[in-house]
Ligand binder design. Structure first.
Ligand code: ATP
Ligand code: MG
Length: 254
Protein backbone atom coordinates (compact mmCIF):
# COMPACT_ATOMS: atom_id res chain seq x y z
CA UNK A 1 0.00 0.00 0.00
CA UNK A 2 1.65 3.26 -1.12
CA UNK A 3 2.44 5.79 1.60
CA UNK A 4 2.87 9.42 0.55
CA UNK A 5 4.39 11.76 3.14
CA UNK A 6 3.92 15.52 2.85
CA UNK A 7 6.57 17.60 4.57
CA UNK A 8 8.24 21.00 4.45
CA UNK A 9 11.37 22.53 5.94
CA UNK A 10 9.46 25.69 6.85
CA UNK A 11 6.08 26.13 8.53
CA UNK A 12 3.08 27.59 6.76
CA UNK A 13 4.08 26.40 3.29
CA UNK A 14 0.73 24.69 2.69
CA UNK A 15 1.31 21.06 3.75
CA UNK A 16 -2.06 20.64 5.42
CA UNK A 17 -3.97 22.43 2.65
CA UNK A 18 -2.25 20.38 -0.05
CA UNK A 19 -2.61 17.10 1.87
CA UNK A 20 -6.36 17.67 2.13
CA UNK A 21 -6.77 18.76 -1.50
CA UNK A 22 -4.58 15.96 -2.83
CA UNK A 23 -6.50 13.46 -0.69
CA UNK A 24 -9.75 14.54 -2.35
CA UNK A 25 -8.13 14.62 -5.80
CA UNK A 26 -6.70 11.12 -5.38
CA UNK A 27 -10.06 9.88 -4.08
CA UNK A 28 -11.69 11.31 -7.20
CA UNK A 29 -9.10 9.40 -9.24
CA UNK A 30 -10.32 6.16 -7.71
CA UNK A 31 -7.94 5.61 -4.81
CA UNK A 32 -9.24 4.61 -1.37
CA UNK A 33 -7.48 7.38 0.49
CA UNK A 34 -6.68 7.47 4.19
CA UNK A 35 -5.32 10.87 5.26
CA UNK A 36 -3.41 10.87 8.55
CA UNK A 37 -2.56 13.96 10.57
CA UNK A 38 0.75 13.79 12.47
CA UNK A 39 0.78 17.43 13.55
CA UNK A 40 -0.47 18.37 17.02
CA UNK A 41 -2.16 21.45 15.52
CA UNK A 42 -4.87 18.89 14.58
CA UNK A 43 -5.74 21.02 11.55
CA UNK A 44 -6.24 18.51 8.73
CA UNK A 45 -9.76 17.88 10.00
CA UNK A 46 -10.73 21.51 9.37
CA UNK A 47 -10.39 20.86 5.62
CA UNK A 48 -11.87 17.38 5.41
CA UNK A 49 -14.33 16.87 8.21
CA UNK A 50 -14.34 19.29 11.14
CA UNK A 51 -16.55 16.96 13.19
CA UNK A 52 -13.75 14.37 13.27
CA UNK A 53 -10.87 14.69 15.71
CA UNK A 54 -12.65 16.83 18.27
CA UNK A 55 -12.39 14.35 21.09
CA UNK A 56 -10.12 11.55 19.88
CA UNK A 57 -7.34 10.89 17.41
CA UNK A 58 -4.07 9.19 16.67
CA UNK A 59 -2.25 10.77 19.65
CA UNK A 60 -4.61 9.39 22.25
CA UNK A 61 -5.21 6.07 20.48
CA UNK A 62 -1.45 5.41 20.30
CA UNK A 63 -1.02 6.35 23.97
CA UNK A 64 -3.81 3.99 25.01
CA UNK A 65 -2.61 1.17 22.75
CA UNK A 66 -5.71 1.27 20.54
CA UNK A 67 -5.59 0.54 16.81
CA UNK A 68 -5.73 3.64 14.59
CA UNK A 69 -8.84 2.15 12.98
CA UNK A 70 -10.74 3.15 16.13
CA UNK A 71 -10.27 6.84 15.32
CA UNK A 72 -10.70 6.64 11.54
CA UNK A 73 -13.71 8.56 10.18
CA UNK A 74 -15.07 8.58 6.64
CA UNK A 75 -15.55 12.22 5.64
CA UNK A 76 -18.05 13.73 3.18
CA UNK A 77 -15.64 13.53 0.18
CA UNK A 78 -15.14 9.80 0.79
CA UNK A 79 -11.63 10.33 2.18
CA UNK A 80 -10.97 8.44 5.41
CA UNK A 81 -9.41 10.69 8.03
CA UNK A 82 -7.28 9.76 11.01
CA UNK A 83 -7.04 13.06 12.89
CA UNK A 84 -4.29 13.90 15.35
CA UNK A 85 -6.98 14.69 17.89
CA UNK A 86 -6.63 16.65 21.10
CA UNK A 87 -3.49 15.75 23.02
CA UNK A 88 -1.55 16.43 26.18
CA UNK A 89 2.22 16.59 26.64
CA UNK A 90 2.54 12.94 27.72
CA UNK A 91 0.62 11.71 24.70
CA UNK A 92 2.73 13.79 22.33
CA UNK A 93 6.02 12.63 23.88
CA UNK A 94 4.79 9.05 23.77
CA UNK A 95 4.38 9.23 19.97
CA UNK A 96 8.15 9.65 19.46
CA UNK A 97 8.80 6.70 21.76
CA UNK A 98 6.10 4.36 20.46
CA UNK A 99 6.18 5.08 16.75
CA UNK A 100 9.36 3.43 15.59
CA UNK A 101 9.67 2.73 11.88
CA UNK A 102 8.61 -0.90 12.50
CA UNK A 103 5.57 0.19 14.53
CA UNK A 104 4.55 2.76 11.92
CA UNK A 105 4.79 0.08 9.23
CA UNK A 106 2.61 -2.25 11.30
CA UNK A 107 0.00 0.47 11.90
CA UNK A 108 -0.13 1.36 8.19
CA UNK A 109 -0.45 -2.32 7.23
CA UNK A 110 -3.33 -2.68 9.69
CA UNK A 111 -5.26 -0.01 7.76
CA UNK A 112 -5.07 -1.87 4.45
CA UNK A 113 -8.40 -3.01 3.10
CA UNK A 114 -8.19 -3.01 -0.69
CA UNK A 115 -5.60 -2.95 -3.50
CA UNK A 116 -6.62 0.65 -4.22
CA UNK A 117 -5.54 1.87 -0.76
CA UNK A 118 -3.37 4.97 -0.56
CA UNK A 119 -2.11 6.68 2.59
CA UNK A 120 -1.41 10.42 2.61
CA UNK A 121 0.39 11.74 5.67
CA UNK A 122 0.49 15.36 6.86
CA UNK A 123 3.42 16.22 9.12
CA UNK A 124 4.55 19.01 11.43
CA UNK A 125 7.01 21.49 9.91
CA UNK A 126 10.74 20.90 10.22
CA UNK A 127 12.84 17.82 10.83
CA UNK A 128 11.85 16.07 14.09
CA UNK A 129 12.18 12.40 14.99
CA UNK A 130 8.73 11.41 13.75
CA UNK A 131 9.17 13.33 10.49
CA UNK A 132 12.45 11.48 9.87
CA UNK A 133 10.88 8.08 10.46
CA UNK A 134 7.86 8.85 8.30
CA UNK A 135 10.19 10.04 5.60
CA UNK A 136 12.16 6.80 5.84
CA UNK A 137 9.15 4.62 5.16
CA UNK A 138 7.51 6.87 2.57
CA UNK A 139 7.10 5.38 -0.89
CA UNK A 140 6.83 8.90 -2.27
CA UNK A 141 7.76 12.13 -0.47
CA UNK A 142 6.19 15.48 -1.32
CA UNK A 143 8.10 18.44 0.09
CA UNK A 144 6.32 21.77 -0.08
CA UNK A 145 8.30 24.96 -0.71
CA UNK A 146 7.09 28.54 -0.94
CA UNK A 147 8.49 30.77 -3.65
CA UNK A 148 10.08 33.16 -1.19
CA UNK A 149 13.74 33.90 -0.56
CA UNK A 150 13.90 32.05 2.77
CA UNK A 151 12.46 28.81 1.37
CA UNK A 152 14.65 28.78 -1.68
CA UNK A 153 17.78 29.59 0.36
CA UNK A 154 17.19 26.21 2.04
CA UNK A 155 17.36 24.29 -1.24
CA UNK A 156 21.15 23.74 -1.50
CA UNK A 157 21.44 22.28 2.02
CA UNK A 158 18.06 20.69 2.61
CA UNK A 159 18.42 16.90 2.52
CA UNK A 160 21.99 17.27 1.31
CA UNK A 161 20.98 19.35 -1.70
CA UNK A 162 18.84 16.49 -3.01
CA UNK A 163 16.32 18.84 -4.60
CA UNK A 164 18.92 20.22 -7.00
CA UNK A 165 19.85 16.80 -8.42
CA UNK A 166 17.87 14.10 -10.21
CA UNK A 167 16.84 11.24 -7.85
CA UNK A 168 19.56 8.60 -7.41
CA UNK A 169 18.77 4.92 -8.12
CA UNK A 170 17.29 3.23 -5.06
CA UNK A 171 16.56 6.52 -3.31
CA UNK A 172 13.06 7.21 -1.98
CA UNK A 173 11.39 9.25 -4.71
CA UNK A 174 11.07 12.57 -2.94
CA UNK A 175 9.75 15.48 -4.95
CA UNK A 176 9.33 19.15 -4.29
CA UNK A 177 6.14 21.10 -4.88
CA UNK A 178 6.11 24.88 -5.18
CA UNK A 179 3.06 26.35 -3.50
CA UNK A 180 1.47 29.79 -3.54
CA UNK A 181 3.25 30.70 -6.77
CA UNK A 182 2.26 34.23 -7.74
CA UNK A 183 3.36 35.15 -11.26
CA UNK A 184 2.53 38.81 -10.62
CA UNK A 185 5.36 38.99 -8.06
CA UNK A 186 8.82 39.11 -9.59
CA UNK A 187 10.56 37.04 -6.92
CA UNK A 188 7.92 34.32 -7.04
CA UNK A 189 8.12 34.25 -10.85
CA UNK A 190 11.95 34.15 -10.84
CA UNK A 191 12.01 31.30 -8.34
CA UNK A 192 9.41 29.31 -10.30
CA UNK A 193 11.47 29.85 -13.48
CA UNK A 194 14.70 28.85 -11.70
CA UNK A 195 13.12 25.63 -10.46
CA UNK A 196 11.67 24.88 -13.90
CA UNK A 197 15.12 25.32 -15.47
CA UNK A 198 17.39 23.84 -12.82
CA UNK A 199 15.40 21.27 -10.89
CA UNK A 200 12.35 20.27 -12.90
CA UNK A 201 13.08 16.53 -12.49
CA UNK A 202 12.92 16.96 -8.74
CA UNK A 203 9.72 18.97 -8.67
CA UNK A 204 6.34 17.34 -9.08
CA UNK A 205 4.67 20.60 -10.00
CA UNK A 206 3.47 23.90 -8.66
CA UNK A 207 0.26 25.33 -7.26
CA UNK A 208 -0.51 28.99 -7.77
CA UNK A 209 -1.55 31.42 -5.06
CA UNK A 210 -5.33 31.43 -5.23
CA UNK A 211 -7.72 33.05 -2.78
CA UNK A 212 -10.19 30.26 -3.53
CA UNK A 213 -7.90 27.81 -1.70
CA UNK A 214 -7.76 29.86 1.49
CA UNK A 215 -11.45 30.77 1.30
CA UNK A 216 -12.49 27.14 0.90
CA UNK A 217 -10.28 26.21 3.87
CA UNK A 218 -11.87 28.93 5.99
CA UNK A 219 -15.27 27.34 5.31
CA UNK A 220 -14.06 23.84 6.18
CA UNK A 221 -13.75 22.57 2.62
CA UNK A 222 -11.07 21.75 0.11
CA UNK A 223 -10.96 23.94 -3.01
CA UNK A 224 -11.65 20.79 -5.02
CA UNK A 225 -15.00 20.33 -3.32
CA UNK A 226 -15.90 24.03 -3.21
CA UNK A 227 -14.90 24.80 -6.78
CA UNK A 228 -15.88 22.26 -9.37
CA UNK A 229 -14.45 24.31 -12.22
CA UNK A 230 -11.02 23.29 -13.39
CA UNK A 231 -9.44 26.72 -13.07
CA UNK A 232 -6.79 28.38 -10.93
CA UNK A 233 -5.22 26.34 -8.14
CA UNK A 234 -7.85 23.63 -8.60
CA UNK A 235 -6.44 22.90 -12.06
CA UNK A 236 -2.89 22.88 -10.60
CA UNK A 237 -3.92 20.45 -7.87
CA UNK A 238 -5.57 18.13 -10.37
CA UNK A 239 -2.39 18.18 -12.48
CA UNK A 240 -0.33 17.46 -9.37
CA UNK A 241 -2.63 14.55 -8.52
CA UNK A 242 -2.16 13.12 -12.04
CA UNK A 243 1.64 13.24 -11.53
CA UNK A 244 1.39 11.70 -8.07
CA UNK A 245 -0.91 8.99 -9.43
CA UNK A 246 1.68 8.07 -12.06
CA UNK A 247 4.53 8.13 -9.54
CA UNK A 248 2.70 5.96 -7.07
CA UNK A 249 1.85 3.43 -9.78
CA UNK A 250 5.50 3.37 -10.89
CA UNK A 251 6.63 2.78 -7.30
CA UNK A 252 4.05 0.03 -6.75
CA UNK A 253 5.02 -1.82 -9.90
CA UNK A 254 8.78 -1.43 -9.29
N1 ATP B 1 -2.21 27.72 -3.04
C1 ATP B 1 -2.62 28.53 -2.06
N2 ATP B 1 -3.20 29.72 -2.34
C2 ATP B 1 -3.60 30.55 -1.36
N3 ATP B 1 -3.46 30.31 -0.05
C3 ATP B 1 -2.90 29.14 0.31
C4 ATP B 1 -2.45 28.18 -0.66
N4 ATP B 1 -1.93 27.11 -0.01
C5 ATP B 1 -2.05 27.39 1.31
N5 ATP B 1 -2.62 28.60 1.51
C6 ATP B 1 -2.87 29.27 2.82
O1 ATP B 1 -1.60 29.35 3.48
C7 ATP B 1 -1.77 29.20 4.89
C8 ATP B 1 -0.87 28.06 5.39
O2 ATP B 1 -1.35 26.82 4.86
P1 ATP B 1 -1.25 25.47 5.69
O3 ATP B 1 -1.82 25.62 7.06
O4 ATP B 1 -1.78 24.41 4.83
O5 ATP B 1 0.34 25.34 5.82
P2 ATP B 1 1.17 24.23 6.64
O6 ATP B 1 2.43 24.02 5.90
O7 ATP B 1 0.33 23.05 6.91
O8 ATP B 1 1.43 25.03 8.00
P3 ATP B 1 2.10 24.40 9.32
O9 ATP B 1 3.57 24.35 9.04
O10 ATP B 1 1.72 25.39 10.38
O11 ATP B 1 1.52 23.04 9.52
C9 ATP B 1 -3.24 28.96 5.12
O12 ATP B 1 -3.84 30.17 5.47
C10 ATP B 1 -3.76 28.47 3.75
O13 ATP B 1 -5.13 28.80 3.55
MG1 MG C 1 -0.03 22.07 8.70
Amino acid sequence: MPVVVVSSPKGGAGKTTLTANMAVAMRQRGWRVTAIDFDSQNALRFHLGPEAGETDGVARATYEGRAWRTVCATTRSGVDLIPFGPSNRDQRLHLDEALTVAQLRAEFADLQRSPADLILVDTAPGEGLLQERLDELADVGMTVFLTDGASIALLPNYRGGAFLHPPLPGEIPRFGVLNQVDKRRRLSRDIADFVAERASRRFMGSVRYDEAVAEAAASGFTALEADVEDVGAVADIRRLAASLDQLVRDVCVA
